[in-house]
Write a protein that binds this ligand. Structure first.
Ligand code: ADP
Ligand code: NI
Length: 207
């Protein structure tokens, strides 16, 4: 257990440092992941709630899209912060989450079952599907100046619509927890119906 003041310090520390992140990876993404993680933990696990909070707060802190080659430096910063705030015992697990949470890393922390990592991964992925997932994808596509869609196959490769096939439509079947699977179902259906409508409007011959 940690003191509330340490949690507040962690919130302040993270909030100040994600200011330049795109809106899909901002403080509110962190808060949504934190709420989902709390929910999954209460439904299915009984991990230390403060560990869940701290791991959710720091989960994207070393995201390579924003920290580039400085990932190890970010791990050091978080380690130092946790040491200075009486949360030494959380260091290994939090760094493990930061290292393996990303969809792009696709690694599984050496195959060891880690409930904390499963909870945070599912929460992060749930926020990438459903209505919020769609909003985040188009926001990120805009931030990268990617096109929305092109009917020309070659041009479509870097479009946001192609990102649905490459990633978003895969996420519901990659859930680790039972609660994550349940929550992902409706969000996945929403992705499917959005795509159906998108292509219907795009291909419509009669208006
Ligand atoms: P992770 O943190 O799991 O590696 P990302 O940071 O790649 O995931 O993705 C975070 C958010 O950014 C998601 O909502 C995702 O859909 C969006 N995103 C990432 N890459 C793209 C892309 N090429 N086009 C549109 N959205 C993207
Ligand atoms: Ni995230």
């Amino acid at each position: 257990m940690i003191e509330i003041t340490s949690l507040e310090k962690a919130e302040k520390f993270v909030r100040e440092r994600v200011k330049g992140y795109d809106s899909g990876h901002d403080w509110w993404h962190i808060m949504r992941v934190r709420r989902l993680a709390k929910y999954i933990n209460e439904k299915e696990f009984s991990e230390d709630p403060y560990l869940i909070d701290i791991a959710a707060l720091f989960h994207d802190f070393a995201d390579s899209k924003f920290s580039g080659a400085d990932q190890e430096k970010k791990f050091e910063q978080v380690t130092l912060f946790l040491k200075e705030n009486g949360t030494d015992s959380y260091i290994d697990q939090v760094i493990n989450v930061m290292r393996y949470v990303s969809f792009s890393s696709r690694k599984n922390s050496g195959g060891i079952k880690d409930s904390l990592l499963e909870i945070i991964k599912d929460s992060d992925r749930l926020d990438a599907i459903g209505a919020i997932g769609i909003a985040r994808a188009f926001n990120y596509g805009g931030y990268r100046n990617n096109i929305i869609f092109s009917p020309v196959e070659d041009e479509n490769k870097n479009s946001t619509i192609s990102h649905f096939d490459e990633k978003l439509l895969l996420l519901s079947s990659m859930m680790n927890t039972e609660t994550g699977k349940k929550l992902a179902f409706e969000r996945h259906q929403f992705l499917e119906s959005f795509l159906k409508q998108f292509h219907r409007e795009w291909n419509s011959a009669a208006f």
